[in-house]
Write a protein that binds this ligand. Structure first.
Ligand code: ZN
Length: 318
């Protein structure tokens, strides 16, 4: 599980930061990539990475401001040119209006996609769930409808304790697979075994919160609660004047983001959606004020990759 920052700027592209986009690479977990926001030229950024558009399975859109969505029609269209077919559907989750934005752009440009495209217009709560993942969306506080996301990986079942099976003289065979799946099985000699007795502890899943454009709000704290990683916008630095600007534009400062990280007790904080004004010494100040407020803070640059390794099982944590 890796996060790759495709665009870390705010408002408009600058020399060093493209507009918002973030890839959650779930290649080991589901051979897929999920995108969070698709600012203009996201597909150009993707060309400089190992991400293949055909692998993009889901796109989550925080809100409909242009710096978060103008890259969508081009990316969707290129995914078609690259041969995505009926077996490679794509789902876009976003605020009301996302369907009409995309469909209008495709219709007017006479673009016909080779793969099924579907939309989920977000309502608060769980917006996606399967056996491995759950995604929760809650409304943030911005100048228009905006959503934050919490991605929860479900626990991985513990490993099969082969030594214990051997000690109990359970002959190897398909029965091992059934026990690993947690089933109860009856052996040829009549013994009944419960798979749970032969599995190590569950490995806890990982949790990521992604909070783009917002002023401080309780919902962001709920999304971030004890997350392993919080990705948060920090459009502005910490001075009084910057704070005023942040509020006027419905945004957060470095201080807002670090305060939230601290309160929610997240494992690490990555700041993104940084204004282009922060360059050179101003960027150095920006980074040091963030690290001072919350030591586990990192200010993302375009193409940074953050790895989230599996956590150890619960019994190892003490
Ligand atoms: Zn915005």
């Amino acid at each position: 599980m890796e996060l790759e920052f495709l665009g870390t700027g705010s408002g408009q592209p600058s020399k060093f930061r493209n507009v918002a986009s973030l890839a959650l690479k779930l290649l080991d977990e589901r051979n897929a990539v999920w995108l969070f926001d698709v600012g203009e030229a996201t597909q150009h950024q993707i060309l400089k990475t190992t991400i293949r558009p055909r692998k993009i399975e889901k796109i989550f859109i925080s809100h409909l401001h242009g710096d978060h969505i103008f890259g969508l029609p081009g990316l969707l269209s290129s995914r078609s040119f690259q041969g995505a077919d009926k077996t490679e559907p794509l789902t876009i989750y976003g605020p009301k209006g996302i369907r009409s934005f995309v469909n209008t752009a495709l219709r007017v440009s006479d673009t016909h996609l080779s793969y099924p495209l579907s939309f989920v217009e977000i309502e608060a709560g769980t917006i996606f769930e399967d056996q491995a993942f759950r995604v929760i969306a809650l409304p943030l506080r911005h100048r228009m409808e905006a959503w934050g996301f919490r991605i929860e990986e479900k626990p991985h079942p513990g490993e099969l304790l082969v030594e214990r099976l051997q000690a109990d003289q359970v002959p190897a065979g398909p029965v091992y697979g059934q026990l690993k799946a947690g089933q109860t099985v009856t052996l040829a000699d009549g013994r009944v075994l419960d798979g749970k007795d032969y599995l190590g502890p569950d490995q806890p899943g990982r949790t990521i919160a992604i909070v783009y454009d917002t002023m401080p709000t309780e919902a962001a704290a709920q999304l971030a609660d004890h997350a392993d990683l919080l990705v948060h916008e920090a459009t502005y630095g910490t001075s009084k004047e910057e704070q005023k600007m942040a509020r006027a534009h419905g945004h957060s400062t470095v201080r807002d983001a670090t305060k939230l990280a601290y309160q929610a007790q997240v494992g690490a904080l990555v700041l993104t959606h940084v204004s282009a004004r922060y360059l050179g010494p101003l960027l150095t100040d920006f980074i040091s004020s963030a690290k001072k407020a919350f030591p586990g803070t990192y200010v993302a640059r375009d193409f940074d990759v953050v790895d989230l390794p599996m956590k150890k099982a619960h019994h190892d944590e003490a």
